[in-house]
Design a protein around this ligand. Sequence first.
Ligand code: NAI
Length: 314
Amino acid sequence: PSLLRSLRSAASHLSRRGYATEPVPERKVAVLGAAGGIGQPLSLLMKLNPLVSSLSLYDIAGTPGVAADVSHINTRSEVVGYQGEEELGKALEGADVVIIPAGVPRKPGMTRDDLFNINAGIVKSLCTAIAKYCPHALVNMISNPVNSTVPIAAEVFKKAGTYDEKRLFGVTTLDVVRAKTFYAGKANVPVAGVNVPVVGGHAGITILPLFSQATPKANLDDDIIKALTKRTQDGGTEVVEAKAGKGSATLSMAYAGALFADACLKGLNGVPDVVECSFVQSTVTELPFFASKVIELPPLHTFQILRLSILWPV
Ligand code: NAI
């Protein structure tokens, strides 16, 4: 009987994950800014994700080529490219997850705030369309400055009467990805098993990697923790300077964006215990928005902020 029990439990576990009897639900993912430096590799990675059934690639220019290229890959999703504002509605209609890497990136010497004027306008118009064509979609905001573009998106959705704070996410996954990589190097542990929560925001010193809560534990000296913290905070600038005027992180960002979108899709599909860090509306501190660990809450398709005590060192 115990063997039977464990087989049953394994079967139910697998079917909950969509690997056994249950069909994988249809999910439409839209990428806005799909022809850009992040958009292209992100579109490729989303095409590789078996949870996606329909992949909608939107940009002001260049998407027919990207879509034709990606669509030849023999994976599940149907790919359609949409170009220009008049096609934005079709690109968004029925989307479950909308990923936004649209906008200008940094050049050497620029801070993320220098992007505000241009990107704020882009995000505003894209979010206005989201409110109209797919008001229930989970929105993954990549466009910088994330610390500002997320509150802007919230205001647009509030104005349209569609705001649900549990569906709007600033993507800070790249900070987590970097913290994990840099920590594994110093702690001399295999990177695949490393976890590091990163809280706060997504610009310079607002990026707060909690190495005290990193696993597996390693007894690193304070000066090493300080250097790791600084390198995580300056990770974006490290790439901007290395690219010397040719943009900011695109490949690692596409990877991080694909990871976060995958977590959203799993949450929508009812996979339990999906936890990621994200910049969200928050009551964790006195700040209205704050990055912390969030957990996807099926079947409501929303998230809940994990209790502070879980993530804050005492
Ligand atoms: P990029 O310039 O290579 O691509 C941006 C794309 O957005 C272009 O294809 C452009 O045509 C498109 N675009 C411009 N206006 C648009 C509109 N109204 N609608 C749709 N698409 C539009 O820039 P890249 O390197 O891909 O970066 C994109 C954004 O991501 C930047 O704001 C950058 O700062 C941000 N970023 C965020 C990171 C994060 O950790 N959250 C990390 C790295 C970059």
